[in-house]
Write a protein that binds this ligand. Structure first.
Ligand SMILES: Nc1ncnc2c1ncn2[C@@H]1O[C@H](COP(=O)(O)OP(=O)(O)OP(=O)(O)O)[C@@H](O)[C@H]1O
Ligand SMILES: [Mg+2]
Length: 436
């Protein structure tokens, strides 16, 4: 053991000598400067403000018209909003859901995040939970559906099913049964990336099966980008950055998520050279088949300071749409040694809090709309963490069903969602893995 430590020390000393001879300096790795990123000014709270949604007036109007239209041919109308990931479907649905004009038109109003692990029981339970905390006591689908039917029967309700992926008609047919007894005029807004999901659920006329959400216009995208990069929706205070800003925005192809993340990356960075670095990066031209990660997101990660890269990648332990708590994540980072040791002036928790706020201000995290004090990652950013972390982080919940479970040898961090009855059997696959 001793000799191993000695060898290691020797290697480190060698590196130290080479570092000096090459004139390398310690840096946090942030774009364009070596000053600690944590010292920069940041604004974190106003970003989720409704007034900061750019464009979408026409889209909002169109959906509102569909909501307010009396359609006598069906008891419950289903309005699918379709568009690619990060284009703003959830944002649009939220805008409509909170609009003054539908206040008083629907009771109850319910919002349920369906996400990719769709299963009829879970979704039914989630809808029911909006009414009663007793949903957990109901075991079978039959019990859940009967209760939900009771709650919705005769009511003119509005339900948003956000982020649906399942295009199996049989599943949809079962899921929708309790909705059928709602009062006429009840509506369901369903957001999805998949046109097939719209096909099986829509009650709109066949010529317009779904509301297709398109890219933002160039100007809207530019304002959104400038808002995140310069804290105002224009370049008036930084005219020298306008041209290069436009170039970057062109590469975002009207995708708000891309414009927002890149804006966050360049936040408070006024050196033209740094902006040019982003615009000219080779990452834009990497072949897409290497991964499904958007170049804009990959680029944002690439330019994170290294201490934030590690902390962000660690978030691969979170399941999609998981709403996490700031303090809890900081404790997890502390637990796995991702934060600097406390100094006289600063506790480890203070470093964690700064790192967290920095990731939030760069739009890697965003405030949860369901729980005010919690945070979520956009699902494309969640995909990015999985891509970066590779085998290192592993979610036990991925391994459902009867499949033979194999945790990768390189796994270091494992997470699982607690179930009602967790037997030791569930953790058997971890026995072989010594480095977890
Ligand atoms: N018009 C807009 N103005 C400002 N920000 C926007 C706008 N549209 C979307 N965004 C921001 O872009 C990000 C992606 O939007 P959103 O989550 O609505 O996309 P989505 O289409 O629902 O994606 P997914 O298919 O992955 O669910 C969000 O952080 C949102 O705040
Ligand atoms: Mg969405």
């Amino acid at each position: 053991m001793m000799s191993k430590v000695e060898k290691l020390t020797e290697r480190l000393q060698g590196i130290e000598i080479r570092k000096k001879s090459l004139g390398l300096k310690a840096s946090v790795g942030g774009i364009g400067s070596t000053t600690a990123v944590s010292e920069r000014r940041r604004e974190t709270t106003s970003l989720e403000d409704k007034s900061l949604v750019y464009g979408r007036e026409k889209d909002k109007e169109a959906i509102l018209q569909l909501l307010l239209k009396e359609d006598e041919s069906v008891s419950v109308s289903v309005i699918p909003i379709v568009g690619m990931g990060g284009i703003g479907k959830t944002t649009l649905a939220r805008l409509v859901y909170n609009d003054e004009r539908i206040k008083g038109c629907f009771d109850p109003k319910l919002w349920v995040c369906v996400s990719d692990d769709y299963d009829v029981v879970r979704v039914t339970k989630a809808i029911l939970e909006a009414f009663t905390s007793d949903a957990n006591k109901l075991e079978t689908l039959n019990m859940l559906q009967k209760k939900l039917n009771e709650k919705l029967s005769g009511k003119r309700f509005l339900l948003v099913l956000d982020d649906a992926w399942n295009d199996n008609y049989a599943d949809w047919d079962v899921l929708r049964r309790p909705f059928m007894h709602g009062a006429p005029g009840s509506k369901i807004i369903l957001t999805t990336r998949l046109r097939n999901v719209a096909k099986i659920t829509s009650t709109l006329c066949p010529s317009q099966l779904a509301y297709t959400l398109n890219e933002l216009s160039k100007d809207e995208c530019l304002s959104l980008f400038a808002h995140h990069a310069l804290a105002r929706p224009n370049f008036d205070a930084h005219p020298h950055l306008k041209e290069i800003g436009e170039k970057i925005v062109n590469k975002c192809k009207g995708l708000p998520l891309a414009a927002k993340t890149l804006g966050g990356l360049l936040r408070n960075e006024s050196q033209q050279r740094v902006w040019e670095n982003i615009s000219d990066s080779k990452i834009w031209d990497l072949p897409e088949q290497q991964s499904n990660i958007l170049p804009a997101l990959r680029l944002s990660y690439h330019h994170l300071p290294s201490h934030l890269k590690q902390c962000f990648a660690y978030c691969a332990i979170f399941p999609k749409d998981y709403a996490f708590d700031k303090g809890e994540l900081i404790l997890l980072w502390m637990g796995v040694g991702l934060l600097p040791l406390s100094t006289e002036k600063k506790q480890m928790e203070d470093f964690g809090s700064e790192y967290f706020d920095d990731l939030l201000s760069r739009s890697f995290f965003q405030q949860s709309s369901a729980f005010e004090s919690r945070f979520v990652m956009h699902d494309l950013l969640n995909d990015l963490t999985l891509y970066i972390a590779g085998d290192i982080c592993f979610m036990l919940d991925k391994l459902v069903g009867d499949k033979q479970i194999e945790i990768p040898e390189g796994a270091r961090h494992l997470s699982f969602l607690r179930q009602r009855f967790d037997g030791l059997q569930r953790f058997r696959p971890t026995y072989k893995r010594q480095h977890l």
